[in-house]
Design a binder for this molecule. Structure first.
Ligand SMILES: CC(=O)[C@@H](O)[C@H](O)COP(=O)(O)O
Ligand SMILES: NCC(=O)COP(=O)(O)O
Length: 249
């Protein structure tokens, strides 16, 4: 099975929002990534719309449904009423529920399942009624996937921030990678699909995919955008695909 690359375009929206102008175009850059071979687009419409706006999500689903059948849109967010209603309106292929506080600068931890069991069961059942696949953001800890399965998730997304943060310390990096891999194995054993994301790069992806080739999807934004400033969006799709061992079509 080939791990699918979903390009996160939050940073494109952040750049656009510096001006009251429509460029760089979120839909336009997403189209370039999909034409280059990415299998999906991920966006995180945060409550303050500091990068992706809810309207971007609507424009993206229209473009993907019209131009790229079989490719996917993933919406990420905390399951408040506004986010749940947006999901029911546009029906993305996948939703990733994250436990983020609105004031948080980025996603930096997975769910506390004990504290949020009732909430998660309720919101997962709700978006599944709209036909959306549900993934839950979890810490790299092999105890977490079974808890995600119990509340009804289809997949987990392993928070790989600590692994990405060890880029300059090979010993810590190996420990963090072990945590991600054992969590991925536990998810597979629990019957869940496995995604991974946060601070993945062309340097740290090969070791991850080599040890967990059954990962369904990686979503990559910050590292992708940094790479694309040098290599361009098309070039970076190819570079990330190569890092995952994907043969160019
Ligand atoms: C869920 C996750 O891991 C994220 O990386 C998130 O999409 C990043 O959000 P920001 O782009 O707002 O930092
Ligand atoms: N789900 C993780 C994601 O979409 C991208 O995270 P990052 O590469 O911007 O850290």
């Amino acid at each position: 099975m080939q791990t699918r690359l979903s390009v996160n375009v939050n940073a494109v929206a952040m750049l656009r929002n510096r001006r009251d102008l429509p460029w760089p175009s979120v839909v336009g850059m997403a189209r370039i990534a999909l034409e280059a071979g990415a299998k999906g687009i991920t966006v995180h419409p945060r409550p303050d719309e500091r990068h992706i706006r809810r309207q971007d999500s609507r424009d993206l689903i229209t473009m993907i449904r019209e131009e790229f059948p079989g490719k996917e849109l993933c919406l990420e967010g905390y399951p408040d009423e506004v986010f749940l209603a947006l999901n029911e309106e546009i029906k993305p292929d996948q939703v990733l529920f994250v436990p983020d506080d609105p004031m948080q600068s980025t996603s930096d931890h997975g769910w506390d399942f004990e504290a949020n069991e009732a909430l998660l069961k309720n919101v997962i059942a709700r978006v599944k009624r709209a036909g959306i696949r549900v993934s839950l953001f979890v810490d790299a800890d092999p105890a977490q996937p079974a808890k995600a399965a119990r509340v009804g998730a289809d997949r987990i997304e392993i928070y790989t921030g600590p692994y990405g943060g060890c880029y300059d310390d090979p010993i810590k990096e190996k420990v963090c990678l072990d945590d991600v891999v054992t969590t991925a194995v536990a998810a597979r054993e629990a019957g869940l699909g496995v995604n991974a994301g946060h601070d993945l790069t062309p340097d740290n992806l090969p070791a991850l995919i080599e040890r967990a080739p059954f990962i369904n999807e990686v979503s990559i934004g910050h590292g992708f955008t940094a790479d694309a400033l040098i290599h361009g969006f098309v070039g970076s799709v190819k570079r990330f695909q190569a890092a995952m061992g994907e043969i160019d079509e």
